[in-house]
Design a binder for this molecule. Sequence first.
Ligand code: BGC
Length: 435
Amino acid sequence: MEKFAEGFMLGAATAAHQVEGNNIYNDYWVQEQVPHSTFNEPSLDAVDHYNHYREDIRLMAEAGLNSYRFSVEWSRIQPEKDAWNEKEVEHYRDVLRCCHENGITPIVTMMHFSSPKWLISMGGWENPEVADLFASYCQRLVRELGDQMEYICTINEANMRLQLAALIKEMMHRMSGQQKAADQGKTKSKESNVQVGINLNKENMMLGMMECAKAFGLENPGEMHTFVSQCTPEGDLLVMKAHEAARDAMKAECPHLKIGLTLSLHDMVARPGGESFAEKEWDDEFLHYLPYIKNDDFLGVQCYTRKFFDKNGGADMPEGAPRTQMGYEDYPAAIADVVRKVSESFKGDLIVTENGIATDDDARRCEFIKEAADSLQQCIADGIPLKGYMYWSLLDNFEWQKGFAMTFGLIAVDRSTQTRYPKESLKVLGRLIEK
Ligand code: BGC
């Protein structure tokens, strides 16, 4: 098969809360610890990337990867609203240095779903103050570490709030008993409508939410606005305001930085009669964000699967189609379809900041990677400015509410000893680039 040309960014991605361990000051930690948590298990020390990052980065470099997308945990830097933890800043300086020493270009995400607990206690992602608070954190961080940085993603999957809001609305409707009992069994398939690990059918869910609200010092769950929770239309645009404010503040500090955000996108497939539904979904998921991102240096494209529409709206995947552990369709060509579609309206550089498969069959992962890469090489050949591909994920890790059972990683980890076991797929990915 063809290889990506030298200079193409080829790597893998992680997110702080999913790999580091012991992020005790953030909103996920709170939600994982309440007695009736909706999480299958708590993150605890996760895969201890906080202490094993040198080994993990070295393994990437040895396999031939040249880029690493990881996130800084905001709550480590600011465990309290007015605090600034220099020791943690130093930690990330070491991670960045380690990347450079290994010939790896870092792509740093400033916020990957997890927020400081104090932020949620003050109204979280519906409080207009969030834009300035986020921008100040980003600005000060690049003032200190910007000389080590090149690519920055402000916010991971800035459209995830809206996608979840739609699902949560549906769930609330169901819980209020307005929908037929017959629909109950469909919850599991609804979870796979978003490309992130969530649980919609946990027992005592309402109780768990009330416990969380209390832990954040809020009166009721309706006031709890984590990044991954209920979202108003104003809250959706607030994320864009936070992005723009952070981007401009970081540019003012360090003009050399290339700054963008990432979006969770699906390959929309319309069957006869489903065209307008597919168009509406693409508008919600992507097009309506264009005014806020059109001046960014790049766009991070993230896609794992495709979605079908027919004359009744959302439709099922083809009968017998292969599924990933996440429940959605295993369809590696989706990423290239999405890259093509995005490039029709977004004219800047594109980086695939996430794409991957949750499977316990690493041979399938190897094939998935080759098929995705093949289809992306066609995009490049057709003149689309695709600059990089980051596989999700470097390590088997904490898939949010679904816990550690979803295995997306190129490297397995025995969490009882934190021993790393690189998989064949790590080598397969590393061989995809001209050396
Ligand atoms: C998120 C990751 C997540 C991955 C796989 C993306 O939605 O950015 O945090 O683990 O998909 O579900």
